[in-house]
Design a binder for this molecule. Structure first.
Ligand SMILES: C[S@@+](CC[C@H](N)C(=O)[O-])C[C@H]1O[C@@H](n2cnc3c(N)ncnc32)[C@H](O)[C@@H]1O
Length: 274
């Protein structure tokens, strides 16, 4: 595990507080900060509230890949716990190799800036101490250890929503590979969606090669577009199309290093591009 000093709270260019990982030099939620970005990039696009209100059997399972300072999971927890009439329980599983960023974010002077307020504050503290927290409508469990191996501990076809938020492919290449997304695909049940900030072509092709359908996500403050993947094409609002495929043929960085040699032909033959 990293020491708490591995992380530092810094001010972003827009003036909000965010968590810096000193080892990689990367900042978590660098675009609009740890209270706004979890909602705009993950909670709203995943239609979490609507899906929790659906009369479906069993809990809705959310995989929070990259717990970090806990802001994505805290936003999901807060939404779930705010429901007066709970139709469906939310079960959050947070993956990370370290809890040091969460520990720092829970400090009294930082917690509000990271969305750790109200019941989410108590839940974050409990997760840190006991690796599990339980509320009226929500269970939050930690899966400590090294990704993507820890994905193998989860039951197949069990996840409904995934927030895929590791560091960038430069700092975290193994988590943007065909192998990592194939391990994730195994955990996704029919109707699952995956939400990530990355709009890189190689991220999208790795998701396609792992067996997901893939579409464009939210427009980021940088002007780039996030990515949404799904187990069913009909769940994508803006699926990648033939124009994207044409651009792929001209891309300078089309594939992750572990993509097969015939990756382009495989993708071109997918029904989404037919
Ligand atoms: C961008 S931060 C996540 C931010 C977080 N979602 C939040 O809301 O604060 C990425 C996290 O992924 C974790 N991580 C990166 N590579 C990992 C790996 N191979 N195994 C486990 N955790 C990893 C880092 O420790 C870091 O906490």
């Amino acid at each position: 595990m990293s020491e708490p000093q591995a992380f530092e709270v810094v001010a972003t260019r827009s003036g909000v507080r965010a968590m810096l990982d000193r080892r990689t030099g990367e900042v978590m939620h660098p675009l609009s900060g740890p209270t706004e970005e979890p909602r705009s990039l993950y909670v709203r696009p995943s239609r979490l509230e609507e899906r929790l209100g659906a009369a479906e059997p069993g809990s809705l399972v959310l995989l929070d890949v990259g717990l970090g300072a806990g802001s994505n999971a805290a936003a999901a927890w807060a939404l779930s716990e705010a429901r007066v009439a709970c139709v469906r329980k939310l079960h959050i599983v947070s993956f990370d190799r370290t809890f040091a960023a969460l520990e720092l974010a829970l400090a009294p002077e930082h917690r509000a800036a990271f969305g750790l307020t109200g019941t989410a504050l108590a839940a974050g503290s409990r997760l840190l101490d006991h690796r599990q927290a339980e509320g009226a409508n929500t269970v939050w469990r930690a899966s400590p250890g090294e990704l993507p191996s820890t994905l193998l501990d989860e039951p197949p076809a069990s996840a409904d929503i995934v927030y895929w938020d590791p560091f960038s492919p430069r700092a975290n290449p193994g988590l943007w590979s065909v192998a990592a997304f194939t391990a994730l695909r195994r955990l996704c049940r029919d109707g699952a969606t995956v939400h990530t900030y990355s709009g890189a072509t190689a991220t999208r092709t790795a998701l396609l090669l792992a067996g997901f359908d893939v579409g464009l996500g939210e427009v980021l403050p940088s002007g780039r577009q996030a990515t949404v993947a799904a187990t069913r094409l009909e769940d994508l609002e803006r699926p990648l199309d033939r124009r994207w495929l044409e651009r792929l043929s001209r891309s300078s960085a089309p594939f992750s290093p572990d993509a097969p040699a015939d990756a382009f032909a495989r993708i071109a033959g997918m029904p989404a591009f037919g």
